[in-house]
Design a protein around this ligand. Sequence first.
Ligand SMILES: *[C@@H]1O[C@H](CO)[C@@H](O)[C@H](O)[C@H]1NC(C)=O
Ligand SMILES: *[C@@H]1O[C@H](CO)[C@@H](O)[C@H](O)[C@H]1NC(C)=O
Ligand SMILES: *[C@@H]1O[C@H](CO)[C@@H](O)[C@H](O)[C@H]1NC(C)=O
Ligand SMILES: *[C@@H]1O[C@H](CO)[C@@H](O)[C@H](O)[C@H]1NC(C)=O
Ligand SMILES: *[C@@H]1O[C@H](CO)[C@@H](O)[C@H](O)[C@H]1NC(C)=O
Length: 544
Amino acid sequence: MLLKRELAVFLVALLVVNTIAESPYRFFEWNVTYGTIWPLGLPQKGILINGQFPGPDIHSVTNDNVIINVFNNLDEEFLISWNGIQNRRNSFEDGVWGTTCPIPPGKNFTYILQVKDQIGSFYYFPSTAFHKASGGFGGFRILSRPGIPVPFDEPAGDFTVLIGDWYKSNHTYLKSVLDRNHKLPFVDALHINGIGPQGPNRATFTVDQGKTYRLRISNVGLEHSLNFRIEGHKMKLVEVEGTHTMQETYSSLDVHVGQSYSVLITADQTPKDYYIVVSNRFSSILLTTTGVLRYSNSNQGFTGPPPGGPTNEIGWSLTQARTIRTNLTASGPRPNPQGSYHYGMINTTRTIRLANSAGQVNGKQRYAVNSVSFVPTKSGTPLKLADYFKIGGFTPGNIPDAPTGKGIYLDTSVLQTDYRTFIEIVFENKEGIVQSWHLNGYAFWVVGMDGGKWSPASREQYNLRDAVSRITTQVYPKSWTAIYIALDNVGMWNLRSEFWARQYLGQQLYMRVYTTSTSWRDEYPIPINALLCGDVAGRHKRPL
Ligand SMILES: *[C@@H]1O[C@H](CO)[C@@H](O)[C@H](O)[C@H]1NC(C)=O
Ligand SMILES: *[C@@H]1O[C@H](CO)[C@@H](O)[C@H](O)[C@H]1NC(C)=O
Ligand SMILES: *[C@@H]1O[C@H](CO)[C@@H](O)[C@H](O)[C@H]1NC(C)=O
Ligand SMILES: *[C@@H]1O[C@H](CO)[C@@H](O)[C@H](O)[C@H]1NC(C)=O
Ligand SMILES: *[C@@H]1O[C@H](CO)[C@@H](O)[C@H](O)[C@H]1NC(C)=O
């Protein structure tokens, strides 16, 4: 346990060094262990946080400092990453291979996060090895500050709903399958908050008749796009990954891997149990898992089969995606409306076209972006630390700005970009499966998506008015998706496929947002407690 005195010293050091004072602090101490979990009704060795699977939720308020001391009691190195938490000016805390040294077994590391200028529904997950397949994930919500208007009434309850695909096999085995150059088998089931179809109890959400509830749904799975629906109830979409949306009503919602949505539901039906259904999309094998929406004043169970949903329809999903728009008059983290920043009036200075592909390198299955299949440096030194200590070992700019059509090759790909520029990225998917792309450190505007090949003329159909700003976007098969990003966060940021086997086998890169400035106003110095590893092990961080 952290003693009060140690805490005080630590805090003072933080205040002096990182100048992130003023906003409240929230402290968490997390013990990461293996433990037995029963998601599919059979015992499995899962990753627990403080004995829990899924892990505990983090509740915070805009601008809070969130201090999480993570004790790794696994027998392997471990890191947690914070999906959607921007870690402004501080990619050191990002918790992915390229930014942060892994926590050795038996050791701890204190993450110093600040949820600066953010609101919304996010989650955390383990980024090392294939740990995500065994748990270690949980919800991370950022509430609006008191006095900042939220465009809907305070709900009677607020639930975290983590959904995902799941294997009976453990992460060690799944990783070894990939390391031995095999493809992973089809997943075994889907879960809702860690409970699959054969679980002894269904995931249950109890509601009072007549009241309205918020559900924060995140797809924490490994690969599959999922459809989410509730029998007899409509869902009003209110927030997507930090943006208040136009409050459209849906009877079911596609949640691609890595994505988060907030919906409101009103318990306005006759009191009984209603199915909450999750099913996978775009696959010939259909998996379904159900949970329960239970009215508190009812003893009646389900009265029929769970409602069906879309299965293979791509067009349906694309059409739905296009209805998701920003409410320009609603507030964000600040009281001024979200539409007050006119992203559509800013000229982009660079277009980067990124095409995913699959293939073999030296007889091994790999996945690539513009023909480069990402591999970490041999020394294992995180890129951010190599950059900080100026020891080289990687080559910024070693990935082309457009597909080259070359064969796949291995490299530590780092996209070099300039701080304070405004850029366009087009994801081009020539493959026959849905892709899901996530960028750490940022939210971006999803300005367009369509079938076929992107060309400059495709810009004519961009939404330059009320596109949603989010952190993870899908790209449909044989389709493209275009995003705009304001590069206002200096650092080393992971851009990756959320299809976990594909990111593991190279479908990712780092974006180095660079400035010559060394001012702490642009980027914080290395945290005093940063772990050092690889070629920078034992270095002096800075004079104190
Ligand atoms: C973490 O949990 C393990 C297993 O329950 C226990 O042995 C250990 O003392 C705990 N560590 C901390 C820091 O709480
Ligand atoms: C590990 O935890 C101790 C308190 O138990 C804390 O003083 C120390 O800063 C932590 N280590 C790191 C690297 O954050
Ligand atoms: C947009 O936000 C405003 C301001 O809170 C709210 O009054 C309005 O109902 C919202 N509109 C939609 C369509 O969600
Ligand atoms: C994972 O599964 C493999 C194969 O079933 C088994 O040999 C191994 O002991 C398991 N590892 C853990 C950490 O549970
Ligand atoms: C954007 O580019 C157009 C065409 O070159 C130019 O007319 C316009 O002034 C530019 N807008 C801004 C805000 O720089």
